[in-house]
Design a protein around this ligand. Structure first.
Ligand SMILES: Cc1cc2nc3c(=O)[nH]c(=O)nc-3n(C[C@H](O)[C@H](O)[C@H](O)COP(=O)(O)OP(=O)(O)OC[C@H]3O[C@@H](n4cnc5c(N)ncnc54)[C@H](O)[C@@H]3O)c2cc1C
Length: 404
């Protein structure tokens, strides 16, 4: 396992430049249009697939990087380009993470490629956990999965909400309750393959930010999937349920490690948005003249930029540390994954607001991108665990106390 290093290796530097060029040349010029259209930017995803940035090989390469830093680095660069478009591309990766975390090696090989399709026939995937009455409290899911032994099929019923790519995805990974009495320990994840009857999109949401990313309800009505779509397999599930019913302790550390390991990548997306706003407002502050001098010559503006840069760098350091720890199999003693997502998410909101202030009226209107970055940043204190939930994880980890 490589030691922690802040030096990107030659491969990573090349990859970073390649993604930066894509973000700058393809994503940035189209960001405003797709934000206004509030639709999935299919042509950009097609372009990403054509150059090899959206696809199974790309993701397996990024996942297999031994330093752990490649995935956050990729996320930062893409989301520097545009967060809404970035999330349209990365929504499929959420489903992939669900498959990799819970599936057998055979299931990973079968289902991950279909999440992306091919450059000539692009597919999207979605990961559905949240429900109208189960957001932060994921132990109270109402979506039920019932096994039909005669047909070796699982029957899913329920409504998922806020699902990125929900309903337009070809493949959905759905978390459902098999035994509601057992809370989170009675849940399992299911792949709903393309063309399965009984799954449909419900309401599509109009959002504050990341508007190029599709967010919708997913309704499951007697949606039947073959037994092999249960991630991890039936024997493992039966074993887990039996342990839970006997009141035996669950392997909480394993579940925790999965969450903690995916959070740094989400934090890296927030770093990308914050960096975009910082760079833009730094340039602007050097150009804009009031009272006969550039506004950056005022400490009030220059110190803002100093704080913005400091917080962005601190966020990235937390993100890289957590990503490296996850890869190296280190124990997250203090909720380090949550720390990275918490700090980066709140930094993105704060930095983008400072950027609006630096641009004054120009920061407040849609002709300039800073206003969009601020709207985009806000989701990072809400999804993938709200800021309050991240603090809860950290507080419990450092204290050993079950804080509510
Ligand atoms: C644009 C978007 C995309 C999303 N994409 C997906 C997706 O692809 N898949 C998916 O499954 N979900 C997705 N989500 C759902 C997201 O993860 C949830 O919105 C989030 O977990 C919060 O749940 P909630 O909205 O029900 O809020 P609630 O859980 O109702 O929380 C409301 C408020 O109460 C606070 N709160 C709740 N419990 C506690 C507590 N114990 N202590 C302190 N404060 C608490 C929260 O922090 C928050 O401030 C998405 C959401 C959005 C908005």
């Amino acid at each position: 396992m490589p030691d922690f290093s802040l030096d990107l290796n030659e491969d990573q530097l090349q990859l970073q430049k390649w993604i930066h060029d894509f973000a700058e040349d393809v994503m940035r010029p189209n960001a405003h249009e797709w934000d206004e259209r509030e639709e999935t930017p299919w042509p950009i995803i097609e372009e990403a697939a054509k150059v090899g940035l959206y696809g199974v090989d790309f993701i397996f390469n990024a996942f297999s990087d031994p330093t752990g830093i490649t995935l956050p680095m990729v996320n930062e660069e893409l989301f520097w380009g545009d967060a809404g478009i970035g999330l349209s591309i990365f929504g499929s990766v959420l489903a992939v993470a669900g498959i990799v975390a819970n599936g057998t090696p055979e299931q990973v090989m079968e289902w991950v490629p279909v999440c992306f399709g091919t450059p000539d026939d692009i597919k999207l995937a979605a990961f559905g956990v949240s429900e109208p009455d189960a957001g932060s409290d994921v132990s109270s899911l109402r979506t039920k999965a019932v096994y039909d032994e005669a047909k070796d099929e699982w029957v899913l019923n329920g409504t998922k909400t806020w699902i990125t790519n929900g309903g337009i995805a070809h493949t959905h990974v759905i978390v459902a309750s098999v035994d509601p009495k057992l809370g989170a320990r009675g849940q399992a994840s299911f792949v709903v393959p393309e063309g399965t009857p009984g799954i449909r999109q419900g309401q599509k949401f109009k959002k504050h930010g990341i508007r190029a990313s599709h967010t919708a309800e997913v309704v499951l009505e007697d949606c039947r999937v073959p037994g092999r779509c249960l991630l991890g397999g039936k024997d493992k599930l039966d074993e887990r349920l039996a342990r839970a019913r006997e009141g035996k302790k669950a392997n909480v550390q394993a579940a925790m490690a999965t969450f903690e390991a995916t959070r740094p990548s989400v934090g890296a997306q927030a770093v990308g948005i914050a960096r975009a706003a910082y760079e833009y407002s730094l340039d602007y502050a050097k150009e804009r003249k009031q009272f006969g001098r550039a506004i950056i010559e005022n400490q009030a503006i220059a110190f803002k930029l100093a704080d913005m840069k400091t917080r962005i760098d601190a966020s990235r350091l937390l993100v890289w540390r957590a990503a490296w720890m996850g890869k190296a199999g280190k124990k997250f003693e203090s909720g380090e994954g949550s720390m990275s997502k918490l700090y980066a998410g709140e930094t993105a909101v704060w930095v983008t607001e400072q950027a609006i202030q630096i641009l004054g009226g120009y920061g407040y209107v849609r002709e300039y991108p800073v206003e969009r970055w601020h709207r985009d940043a806000k989701i990072y204190t809400i999804f993938e665990g709200t800021s309050e939930i991240q603090r809860l994880v950290i507080a419990r980890a450092i204290s050993g106390v079950h804080i509510n």
